[in-house]
Design a protein around this ligand. Sequence first.
Ligand SMILES: Cc1cc2nc3c(=O)[nH]c(=O)nc-3n(C[C@H](O)[C@H](O)[C@H](O)COP(=O)(O)OP(=O)(O)OC[C@H]3O[C@@H](n4cnc5c(N)ncnc54)[C@H](O)[C@@H]3O)c2cc1C
Ligand code: FES
Length: 253
Amino acid sequence: MKKIIDFTVRDNRRLNKDMFLLTLHSEELPEMKPGQFVNVRIDNSPHTFLRRPISVHDIDMNNGLLYLLVKIAGEGTEHLSQIRVNEKLNILLPLGNGFTMPDTGKHLLIGGGVGVAPILFLAKEMNRKGLSPIVLVGCRTKEDIVLQETFGNYCRLLHTTEDGSYGETGYPTQHSVLAENFDGIYCCGPEAMMKAVARYATQKNIECEVSLENMMACGLGACLCCVTETKEGNKCVCTEGSVFNIKDLTWQI
Ligand SMILES: Cc1cc2nc3c(=O)[nH]c(=O)nc-3n(C[C@H](O)[C@H](O)[C@H](O)COP(=O)(O)OP(=O)(O)OC[C@H]3O[C@@H](n4cnc5c(N)ncnc54)[C@H](O)[C@@H]3O)c2cc1C
Ligand code: FES
């Protein structure tokens, strides 16, 4: 059941030059799955009429807390970065289908840039189920790496940086961990990265889910601006995704 809730901002922590972590509180916080997202209304920002889709980074049901990890990409997210403690944030949630949660097996979770946002919640839930996920984070440089300690609580954490300033040099698909065997791969990040991961998973015959970040407006399946082509025809990323098994997509990989 979708809800529109006025959350109270409990914390707004700047993590680096363009990323920040919002801690939001509501007594009405609904249950959510890893890979689901929320649609945030940006108030007092004249050009950002549409809500902005942001992944569920983490939730704390006992204390009614929702965490959003955001990268400044334009006017809406810049405005959001300025929000202060005790201000209200109007949010439509929960949206999207979420990742398929496995019961067993060895799983690799790959996040590129702010694509790490939904990966934390997924790693946490896998960890809670007794699985031992490996999280591989791809960044341009060391300064882009955030929340290492938090991630480290739930997984074996690995990094690649394009400039070699931390972890292994290159892209996630070049990391040595890919020589290991996996039962499933879960990925969120830039489309080029997700396609490279999908190519690797297809070659190795590994189940793979990706979370698409298509442009969205309503978030409810009404405006059709977010559609993606699948083997079963066009699908709304906001309601029938944002998570897709790569076998269902028509990507030329
Ligand atoms: C399912 C989903 C989950 C997302 N999760 C996160 C997250 O956890 N953290 C995060 O920082 N970002 C996330 N994004 C991306 C985020 O929605 C955009 O960066 C944000 O909407 C940009 O808004 P803006 O006003 O700051 O930038 P704008 O100036 O409007 O645009 C800057 C860039 O953002 C893209 N963008 C703008 N509006 C949208 C929109 N409505 N939907 C998708 N992309 C848009 C544009 O293509 C453009 O390249 C997610 C997107 C989707 C679809
Ligand atoms: S955002 Fe409107 S249909 Fe998906």
